[in-house]
Design a binder for this molecule. Structure first.
Ligand code: URA
Ligand code: URA
Length: 264
């Protein structure tokens, strides 16, 4: 009898815990009550607003986040993806890149930035003096946004994620940022820039400047700086923007106290 009561108590506890996690996630996923961003140089000290509760630590590891992503059906993209693309790289990276969302090739491989834009990103990372394995690479959304979801085999079927998809997914990338704890983030393109630097109206307005990152669902344990630049896919269409991208990234490298290798 006693053991049955114990088991019942354990079940109730488990049930409550799983629902608590769900609630916290939904809160995290809710469209942000946008904290205003100011450039780091002029930023007032951030007011520390204590989060209501800290989720269990195991909810926060990169592995557990990737596992949640792999079975995620929070938005419609879950129904048509081939593979979810959580992101990859050094779990203790000092530098993190955040793109928009997986494309055709990423959907097939389950890895971020492995198509044409990815090859250019690899070159950019090398020019900055890093190895791809040294950094962490992720996206705002984890599943392939398609123009025509009926036709996942079609090439050129990529589109930018819509605000609802980003809102439902952003809890994942926020947790990944918290888990990795980078010093710096590069937002690649307008989608990541406008999602992570929240009073940003356009990429043009904010690129090449360093901001203090503030997340909507996670109270960061230490400050993280963020700089936006062009998306590598945009550079493939507009090679003339490469020199602007390089100028942006040099601002970041200088702040990191790094000089790019001579060949760059
Ligand atoms: N474009 C992105 O934004 N992310 C990828 O992973 C690939 C292409
Ligand atoms: N506008 C965007 O949104 N992204 C780019 O990369 C360039 C222009």
């Amino acid at each position: 009898m006693k053991s049955e009561i114990k088991k019942l108590a354990a079940d109730v506890k488990k049930f409550l815990k799983s629902h608590e996690e769900d609630d916290l996630f939904l809160k995290a996923a809710a469209p942000a009550a946008a904290p205003k961003h100011t450039p780091a140089q002029t930023a007032a000290p951030a007011k520390s607003v204590a989060p209501a509760a800290r989720e269990p630590e195991e909810f926060h590891t990169l592995e557990s986040i990737a596992k949640q992503i792999s079975s995620c059906q929070r938005c419609a993209l879950g129904a048509t993806r081939i593979k979810a693309v959580p992101g990859e790289g050094n779990p203790k990276a000092r530098l993190m890149f955040v793109g928009e969302g997986p494309g055709y090739e990423e959907d097939r491989q389950g890895r971020p930035f492995v198509g044409k834009a990815g090859q250019l990103l690899d070159k950019i990372i090398a020019a900055m003096g890093f190895k791809r394995e040294e950094v962490f690479i992720a996206n705002m959304v984890k599943c392939h946004p398609m123009i025509d979801p009926q036709n996942p085999e079609k090439r050129g079927n990529d589109r930018a994620p819509v605000p609802d998809e980003i809102a439902l997914c952003r809890g994942y990338v926020e947790r990944q940022i918290d888990a990795v704890g980078p010093d710096y983030i590069v937002a690649l393109g307008g989608v990541a820039a406008k999602s992570l630097i929240r009073d940003a109206k356009s990429l043009t307005q904010i690129r090449g400047k360093i901001y203090d990152l503030e997340l909507s669902s996670v109270q960061l344990a230490k400050p993280v700086k963020i700089l936006a630049t062009f998306h590598p896919a945009a550079l493939l269409r507009n090679p003339g923007w490469k020199k602007d991208t390089w100028a942006d990234l040099k601002v970041l490298l200088a702040d990191m106290g790094r000089t790019p290798p001579k060949s760059a």
